[in-house]
Design a protein around this ligand. Structure first.
Ligand SMILES: [Zn+2]
Ligand SMILES: [Zn+2]
Length: 251
């Protein structure tokens, strides 16, 4: 199973990272539609996406997670996909429909299927998707997908700790994708903004016995090779990686 990190940054795009957008090409699932969502066009046209029905799951409606929805128009208009279904909490879908697609902002109504979340979702490949509410200004959702032989969880945007409220939800997950906006030096900013800094993310991965940890939603002001302090994270949880845009992980 592959996951493509189309966009790995938080808040706004940088010269190095577009904002969050993750693609499971074989399952036809995308998590969030940040500014990197334009890259879905190439992923579909190259044949890497093997379904004609795409399902997008939104964590929340902050702009860095939804702005790219407006970049997907050619996919359905051009006939590359038969349908795009957008899943999210009812208030999230309502905010996106009313505000992002206000006629003054974007004059073409999308032909998406808007699907409010109402319990676990059975995906076309037989896997099961579940979700869990996160603490964040305005709220956010963690997602988890379980296949018979592997699992994956995405946790963004929220503040990690050594025993986070979502610990049980992500327990034993094979691949944990967790936000890590700040290095430890800016831990106070993490708490103030509802984001995470490095060591508590590593402690979360260790305490939930994740197989591997992939860090996303980093601070766009940090365009250097190591915006989060990887050595410190490795000393707590060695199986950590920091995927850049375009990275593909096998899990
Ligand atoms: Zn964000
Ligand atoms: Zn947010």
């Amino acid at each position: 199973m592959q996951i493509e990190f189309l966009g790995t940054g938080g808040y706004h795009p940088s010269e190095r990272r577009h904002t969050l957008c993750l693609l499971l090409p074989e399952t036809g699932v995308m998590f969030d539609a940040g500014t990197a969502a334009f890259r879905l066009n190439e992923a579909v046209q190259s044949g890497r996406v093997t379904t004609r029905h795409l399902q997008i799951f939104l964590t929340h409606a902050h702009l860095d997670h939804i702005a790219g929805l407006t970049f997907l128009l050619p996919l359905t208009l051009g006939g590359d996909l038969d349908s795009i279904t957008v899943h999210g909490l009812p208030q999230v879908l309502q905010a996106v429909q009313e505000h992002l697609y206000d006629e003054a902002l974007f004059p073409v109504p999308p032909d998406f299927i808007w699907q409010p979340l109402d319990g676990a979702v059975r995906l076309p490949d037989g896997s099961q998707l579940t979700y869990y509410p996160l603490e964040h200004p305005g709220g956010s959702l963690a997602y988890r997908i379980d296949w018979p032989d592997r699992s994956l969880a995405l946790v963004t945007d929220t503040t990690a700790s050594s025993s986070p409220p979502y610990g049980e939800f992500i327990q034993g997950v094979d691949l944990l994708i967790h936000e890590c906006y700040f290095p430890d030096e800016l831990a106070d900013w993490a708490t103030r903004t509802g984001h995470s800094n490095s060591s508590p993310v590593a402690e979360t991965a260790r305490s939930c016995q994740a197989g591997r940890l992939a860090l996303v939603h980093t601070d766009p002001r940090r365009t250097d090779d190591d915006p989060v302090g990887l050595a410190g994270i490795r000393s707590i949880f060695p199986a950590v990686e920091l995927p850049e845009d375009g990275a593909v992980l096998e899990f």
